[in-house]
Structures are given as structure tokens and as C-alpha cells.
Design a protein. Structure first.
Lengths: 290, 379
């Protein structure tokens, strides 16, 4: 029985990492229908900037704050310099722009920082916590708590605040949103800043577990994207559940079947779910008026 | 055939044109950027630094070296283009490079056809096995690392092990080579697990290994972040058996990534360069590795790496061969490289023969153990 528990705890740890990345996708997607493939780079920047600020002698919380603010600024710059000038372009073009941005950020990071892997200390030490014969690291609890907190904030934001509803309205119909007095440019800028900040926060939380380096963003973005698709793109609840489900699936396959088929098994399940429910587990049904 | 003819013609032209520029032209195609940048970057820096040093000291046989370096970004197609350019346009007398096995294998035919000596900096045994007349290499092979690890296990009476390897190129290839020779040491593999190169948690695989009866030690062939995470998870689960890592992570960076506490007691085969300071006074490699380490760290401000050491050895072997040959003709250089004997480099003592274009034996590796965040030689 301790094995099952250990697999489960491992799955939740990894799943919470996926969920954190998946949550970052939701805001930009909700504001513009664009899947931001530079999201993994935001996560990477959060980890890298924190590491270098910390290595320069700043205390960890301050270094993390600087990383989050700097990454949010980079998110705004991405919107202002690359997305806004291409406003009239179809969504597919915008998605390709974000892929270009991710390659650019990766290249710039390896020039400005370096090409090595890095890690900074876990927030509450490395002493594992024993639960019924299985173990979990305190940092995993931080990641899980972070994912839950961001989920809760996003849920409040989209359902209880005027600006959150403005974001949803912008996605729904940009012209109609403008007609009722929503500043859609401001909404886009805000959504990029928030997505980048959430990505950076994810990077700060997961780096003690996953380590960071200029090229970790791509793998994280792919798994986060898969989690978001599984749960339903644009829905914070979907991102959270999708991430955890994907993580637990991988851990159970690695534990009980074979570690060789870990990724394959997870993706087979995702495909099966998407066949039955093309919108993901919690995705909104898209209805077009003809 | 036509290509061979053109290149022979070219070689003739080169022979006539050579006196026009007195410099000895040495080419290199390295992966300074791209996924293998952390290998190619120190290699390129090392070559540039050493060539400057040699030229400042009067050059080779009274002639200056002209180094031509191209960055192939780890792409075999680009490497092949640069290799052709080095041979046909730059008319170099020898080439160092091929940071990765992929780029090296892609460019070997170019140099074999043009009959230009080529020293590869990549790990795979396929580069020099079977032996090709103009191809050499400096890094030891993965199989040698496996042999070194198994020797150490045998010495401590370990006969049943668990293996957890990365599914990336390095991990998969080393796992295969280890399993090929493991029978010779009477060691049995009871559990064989893998993980993806970007995975964040390996506790399920390690839980399974821990649960198998009779396992006495665990081996982790891998590269990059995987082994650091395995080491951390290993400590988290308190597996309590000896853990062996590979030469792929033999660097100070690994201890930093895994954390000194989790890495305590981990054993791995590493080169003398890694432990320059704690080598015994009478060690033949001590002078070479200390000199290179000091020069590199002074010139670049970055810690020295094993990979830069490969480039160091390649250039030194080449220069040594040119001096002994007393000529800068590619075929003379080739013969002299093959006759390299007792050359002390950063990776080990090199003695090449017509059958062995690597020339290293197991003594090139030191079995190291991590102790209080530092290295200890355990032989």
C-alpha cells in the first residue's frame, strides 16, 4: 500500500507543476482565443531571474518578486511589440507569433544569463514529510498550494470582478465589447501581464523541484498545454483538474505498468477524452450563430 | 570517385599553394550554440585560448597557427557544409570538432575522402570503431565508464543492481553499452527503469527499485537534469543503497543541482581535471590539468569543464604530431597522430596505434565519491 500512496504523491507533485503552467494559458486564451506558446518561457524566466537575483545576494522572496515583475513587464512588451501591431491578423498568425517570441526569449536568455542548469533552495528545507510510509517534499506542498491559490484568484477574477468579465467579453466579440465601452487594448495588455506573472510565479515555485535552464520552457509548455486541453482550454478549473489528472496518470503508469510507456499512456487517455469530449472535461461548448 | 578525384586535384593545388601562406591552418566545426552549446562553448573557448598561447610562444615549427572555427549549432547538415568548406575553401591541414556524435558521424566521410586528419570531441564508440584511417577522437567512450563502474562494484562485492536511465540519447546509449558488458563482471540487473529527459519526479520508478528484493546498488546512466532529480528523489525515499552516477554528470554543477546533502556518498567515474586540486603530487596528469584549469579560468572567468578538456587534448595531440612530423602535410600529420605515445592530456594518458584511434585505457577515469559537497578519490 505505501507504493500506491507514493505513486499518488508523486503524481500530485508533478500534476501540480503541470496545473500551474496550464493556469497561465487560461487568461490570454480567454482574452483573445490565442494559445500563448511563450507561456513556458514565462515559467523559465521566473526561475532563471530568481536564481540570478538570488545568486547576486538578494533574499529569495525579494528575488522572486523581482522575477515576477520583470516577467510581467516582458509579457506586456510581447503584447505591445508583437501582438498589438498584428491586431487584424487571424488567431493562427497570432499563435505563430507567440512561437516566434518563445524562440526569441530562449535565445536572449542563453546570451544574457547562461546555458547551465540551476536550482535555488526549497522554501522550507528538503526534509521529506512522511505520510503513511510514503514521502513528499515540503516544496511539493508549496507548489500544490500555489496552484490552488492561483486557481481561486482566477475564479474570483473571472466571475466576481468587472474587469474579469470585460476580459471574457473581449474574447467573445471584440467589436461588441468596444461598443459597450471596454478598452480592449487595455484588456489585452492586462491579460499578457497577468499570464506572464502567473507563469513566473509557477517558475519560482517549481524550480527547486524541476530545476531551471534556458531551455526548460518548451517541455513545460507542452505538458501544461496538454493538461489545459484535457481539462478544457480557458477554464481555470479545467487547468487544475487536467494538470493533476495528467500527473497522476503518468505516475501510475510509471509505477504499475512501465516507465517506458509513461508519456504514451497519458497521451492515449488525453486522445480518448478529446474524442468523447472535444471541448475537454470542463470546456465551454462553442456555439456559433449561423 | 569523382569527388575523390576532385579532392586529390585540390590537394595538389594546395601543395603548390601552401608556401604562399606560411600559417598552419587548423579548422574546427563546433556546436557553440543550440542544444549542445554547453559542450561546444567551452570547446571553442579552449581552442581559441590555446592557439593564442601557442602563437604568442612562437608557433609550431616556427609557423603561426591560424584557427578557423565554425558554429554548426549541433545540426549535422550544417556541420557537413562547414566540413566541406573547411576542406575545399579554407584548405586546412587538420580539423578538430564534431561536438556531438551526430555531427561527428555526419562529417567523417568528408575528411576520409579528402584525406585530412580529423579529431572528434564526441563520446560514441562508433566514431573510431571500426577504425578509419583519418579519424581520431579524444573523449573516452561510455563503455569505458560502464567498465569502471562495474569494476568498483565488483571490488565492493555488489552482484545485483537496479538500473534507472534517461530515455535521451546519452542515457539510452550508455544503458545499452553497460548491459552489453555487465555479464563479464558477474553482475545481474534486477530492475531496469527509465525516465524522460525533462521529467520532474522519479519517485515511482525508484519506489519500484527499492521494493525489489536483493538489490545492492543502483546505477543511473543519464545526462542533464535527470540524474540530479534522481539523486534528490533517492534521498527523499531514503533508499539507503550505494548510488552510482555516470561520467555524464561529472561536474561541480551536479553537486550544486542535487544539493550536497542528497549527493553525499554518490559515486561516479570522472576525469583528473575535475579533481585537479586533490590529485597526489606525483600524479602524471597533475601538471597538465592544473595548468589548463588555471589558464582557462583566468581567460574566461568560468569554471573549467571536462568538455573543454577534450578540445585541449585534441589540439595538443595535433600540435604534438605536427612538431614530430616536422611537416604540415595532412598525411604526415595523420601518421604522426597515429604514432602518439604516452601523451599526457586532461582525460588521460594517450597511446594510439593503428588499431586504436582513441588510445585511452580505464586509468583515464578516477572513481570519485561525493563527500560534504566536494570530491574524494576512492581507489
Amino acid at each position: 500500500m505505501p507504493e500506491l500512496l507514493q505513486f499518488l504523491l508523486s503524481g500530485i507533485t508533478v500534476g501540480a507543476v503541470y496545473a500551474l503552467v496550464a493556469l497561465g494559458f487560461t487568461i490570454i486564451y480567454n482574452a483573445s482565443d490565442v494559445v500563448n506558446f511563450a507561456q513556458g518561457e514565462f515559467v523559465m524566466l521566473g526561475g532563471m531571474i530568481t536564481f540570478f537575483a538570488h545568486a547576486a545576494g538578494l533574499p529569495l522572496p525579494l528575488a522572486a518578486l523581482i522575477a515576477i515583475i520583470a516577467t510581467a513587464a516582458i509579457g506586456v512588451a510581447l503584447n505591445k511589440l508583437a501582438i498589438e501591431p498584428a491586431r487584424g491578423a487571424p488567431v493562427v498568425s497570432l499563435i505563430i507569433i507567440t512561437i516566434g517570441a518563445s524562440i526569441f526569449i530562449r535565445g536572449a536568455t542563453q546570451l544574457i544569463f547562461d546555458k547551465q542548469l540551476h536550482r535555488f533552495p526549497a522554501f522550507s528545507g528538503d526534509q521529506p514529510i512522511l505520510i503513511g510510509g510514503a514521502t513528499i517534499l515540503p516544496q511539493s506542498l508549496w507548489v500544490i498550494a500555489g496552484a490552488l491559490a492561483i486557481f481561486f484568484c482566477l475564479w474570483l477574477f473571472f466571475t466576481r470582478t468587472l474587469i474579469g468579465r470585460a476580459v471574457l467579453a473581449t474574447a467573445n466579440n471584440r467589436i461588441a465589447a468596444q461598443l459597450v465601452g471596454i478598452n480592449t487594448n487595455y484588456v489585452m495588455t492586462l491579460s499578457f501581464a497577468m499570464s506572464a506573472a502567473i507563469g513566473a510565479l509557477a517558475g519560482v515555485l517549481v524550480t527547486p523541484i524541476t530545476l531551471t535552464g534556458y531551455d526548460v520552457g518548451l517541455a513545460l509548455a507542452l505538458k501544461g498545454f496538454a493538461a489545459a486541453m484535457l481539462g478544457g482550454m480557458g477554464n481555470p478549473k479545467g487547468a487544475l483538474v487536467g494538470g493533476l489528472l495528467l500527473g497522476v496518470l503518468e505516475a501510475m503508469t510509471a509505477g504499475y505498468i512501465s516507465s517506458q510507456y509513461k508519456d504514451a499512456a497519458a497521451f492515449v487517455v488525453i486522445l480518448a477524452v478529446l474524442f468523447a469530449m472535444p471541448q475537454g472535461l470542463f470546456g465551454r461548448k462553442s456555439t456559433d450563430r449561423v | 570517385m569523382k569527388f575523390a578525384l576532385t579532392t586529390t586535384a585540390l590537394a595538389l593545388v594546395l601543395g603548390i599553394a601552401a608556401p604562399a601562406f606560411a600559417d598552419i591552418r587548423i579548422g574546427a566545426t563546433l556546436s557553440e550554440t543550440g542544444p549542445a552549446a554547453f559542450l561546444g562553448d567551452p570547446e571553442a573557448k579552449t581552442l581559441k585560448m590555446l592557439v593564442e598561447e601557442i602563437n604568442a610562444a612562437g608557433g609550431v615549427n616556427g609557423e603561426k597557427i591560424e584557427l578557423i572555427v565554425y558554429d554548426d549549432g549541433g545540426d549535422p547538415n550544417k556541420a557537413r557544409t562547414f566540413a566541406t568548406r573547411l576542406v575545399e575553401d579554407d584548405e586546412v591541414v587538420a580539423v578538430i570538432g564534431g561536438t556531438t556524435t551526430g555531427t561527428s558521424m555526419a562529417i567523417i566521410p568528408v575528411f576520409e575522402d579528402a584525406e585530412v586528419p580529423f579529431i572528434s570531441l564526441a563520446g560514441a564508440i562508433e566514431i573510431i570503431d571500426p577504425v578509419k584511417p583519418y579519424t581520431f577522437k579524444t573523449p573516452h567512450t561510455d563503455r569505458m565508464a560502464c567498465a569502471k563502474i562495474f569494476e568498483d562494484m565488483k571490488k565492493t562485492g555488489i552482484t545485483k543492481i537496479g538500473v534507472i536511465s534517461g530515455s535521451d540519447g546519452f542515457g539510452a546509449s550508455m544503458r545499452k553499452q553497460c548491459l552489453e558488458i555487465i555479464g563479464e563482471y558477474g553482475i545481474e540487473v534486477l530492475a531496469d527503469e527509465t525516465y524522460g529527459p525533462t521529467d520532474a519526479d522519479m519517485t515511482p520508478q525508484l519506489t519500484n527499485i527499492k521494493g525489489k528484493e536483493g538489490i545492492q546498488a543502483v546505477l543511473n546512466p543519464g545526462f542533464g537534469q535527470g540524474p540530479a532529480i534522481v539523486t534528490r528523489n533517492y534521498a527523499q525515499l531514503a533508499v539507503g543503497l550505494p548510488l552510482y552516477q555516470s561520467h555524464g554528470v561529472a561536474s561541480d554543477g551536479f553537486i550544486e543541482l542535487a544539493g550536497a546533502e542528497a549527493a553525499e556518498g554518490v559515486r561516479l567515474p570522472g576525469t583528473a581535471l575535475l579533481v585537479a586540486e586533490i590529485l597526489p603530487e606525483n600524479d602524471p596528469q597533475r601538471k597538465v590539468v592544473t595548468a589548463y584549469k588555471e589558464a582557462y579560468e583566468k581567460a574566461t572567468g568560468k569554471p573549467v569543464s571536462t568538455f573543454g578538456g577534450y578540445a585541449h587534448d585534441a589540439l595538443r595531440i595535433l600540435v604534438d604530431a605536427i612538431v614530430r612530423a616536422g611537416s604540415a602535410e595532412p598525411s604526415d600529420i595523420r601518421d604522426a597522430i597515429e604514432a602518439t605515445k604516452g601523451f599526457v592530456g586532461t582525460t588521460g594518458t594517450v597511446t594510439m596505434t593503428a588499431e586504436d584511434h582513441l588510445g585511452l585505457d580505464l586509468s583515464a577515469f578516477r572513481m570519485l565519491e561525493i563527500e560534504k559537497g566536494g570530491w574524494k578519490i576512492v581507489e
